[in-house]
Design a binder for this molecule. Structure first.
Ligand code: HEC
Ligand code: HEC
Length: 335
């Protein structure tokens, strides 16, 4: 009798403990995103709303080296926050120190992209997160194993329950990473202040650089247009006569897409060197000289590519303008 009473008490105690733990969890609230003036509404994902817990969980995961086979590589090992989440190496190195295929792009304003990777081969950020974790040249691990290793550990145990109402599995892991990355918004540069009416935000040289950038002669805005200086399209700019990386053709298998790559944003370009899909250009001078040449006559070269001449002063002004595209506040809004 006594023994039963103890057991019943113990069970009751456990149940009340669990109940108490549930009550201790803060209720999940929508994450309040700040968007720069003039930005279109952020496309949202119905099955993955941005909440305080989902973005916090994604941020923990983004910096967690336990998502890699060696426990030494996190997403941030190739996407440095202080570099607008890009890499400083032409080709990033993964778990075994071997270089991958392409240069790691900055991770900003991704919510507005319709395809991820430089060839646009992955349609959602949720699906994208699987690729680096499984890629043998990147993290060489498995999302199901990573989720199993971490699900009972804090802060994942509480955050996953708050955000998704259940312990973390691969599904929640990829959703949280996607949610965090949607919050990485860039649009607070001196250029933005200038275009919203503060004439003193750009120097005379930078203003002249902006005029050149927008001019028909240079034609930059044929592709680097809109709020993200990016048409979200794919173009062959004639970087090579013969490309070792097929680019967009890898996805579509259409020969006219050979050598086409997604237009990169020019935001934070001061921080994201080296440039181009293969990181082959180290400086903005090199990039400008390349565009001034009009590119190589590749059969798929975009008709909008045209050669032009710049005086040394014009070139300095154009670069000064590009350097004014750096955010004046952190890109990462998640506390
Ligand atoms: C070993 C280096 C490395 C690691 C680790 C890494 N990435 Fe990347 N990331 C890259 C490279 C290189 C690319 C460009 C690949 C391509 O275009 O084919 C890329 C591209 C991306 C893109 C596409 C951006 C765009 O503009 O289309 C996203 C999003 C991204 N990474 C997120 C992540 C996340 C999330 C993690 C961690 C789970 C991660 N990366 C880990 C190197 C890395
Ligand atoms: C036909 C479309 C097109 C035109 C016109 C164009 N660009 Fe680009 N630009 C691109 C594409 C596509 C890339 C990426 C190529 C790659 O990844 O190999 C790029 C890359 C760049 C880069 C490197 C960005 C990075 O993160 O690697 C800079 C800087 C740049 N362009 C500036 C300019 C300037 C300045 C002009 C005008 C003089 C210009 N572009 C004209 C499409 C264009």
């Amino acid at each position: 009798m006594m023994r039963w009473a103890v057991i019943i008490c113990a069970v009751a105690l456990l149940a009340s403990c669990r109940h108490a733990a549930d009550e201790l969890l803060e209720p999940d609230r929508p994450f309040t995103m700040q968007l720069p003036a003039g930005f279109p509404a952020m496309p949202t994902s119905d099955d993955n709303p941005l909440t305080e817990a989902s973005v916090a969980m994604g941020k923990e995961l983004f910096f967690d080296e336990r998502l890699s086979r060696t426990g030494m590589v996190s997403c941030a090992s190739c996407h440095f926050p202080e570099r607008a989440f890009s890499d400083t190496l032409p080709l990033s190195m993964g778990v075994d120190g071997l270089p991958g295929m392409r240069n790691a792009p900055p991770l900003v304003n991704l919510a507005w992209h319709s395809g991820y990777f430089r060839d646009g081969g992955v349609p959602t950020l949720e699906q994208q997160a699987i690729a680096p974790i499984h890629d043998p040249l990147e993290m060489d691990f498995s999302i199901t194993r990573a989720a199993a290793d971490l699900r009972n550990l804090e802060p994942y145990a509480s955050l996953s329950r708050r955000a998704y109402g259940k312990p973390m599995e691969a599904y929640e892991l990829t959703r949280a990473l996607a949610a965090y990355q949607r919050t990485l918004v860039s649009g607070w540069s001196r250029y933005d202040r200038y275009t919203s009416g503060d004439a003193s935000a750009l120097s005379a040289s930078e203003q002249h650089g902006l005029e050149l950038f927008r001019s028909d002669a240079l034609n930059c805005t044929a592709c680097h247009s809109g709020f993200d200086l990016n048409d979200h399209g794919y173009h062959n700019v004639g970087q090579y006569l013969s490309y070792s990386d097929p680019g967009r053709e890898r996805i579509t298998l259409v020969p006219s897409d050979h050598g086409k790559f997604k237009t990169p944003t020019l935001r934070n370009i001061a921080l994201t060197a080296p440039y181009m899909h293969d990181g082959s250009m180290a400086t903005l001078e090199e990039v400008i000289d390349f565009f001034a040449s009009g590119g190589q006559p590749h059969v798929n070269r975009d008709p909008e590519m045209q050669s032009f001449a710049l005086s040394p002063q014009d070139k300095a002004d154009l670069i000064a303008f590009l350097l004014a595209l750096t955010d004046e506040r952190p890109i990462d809004q998640v506390p």
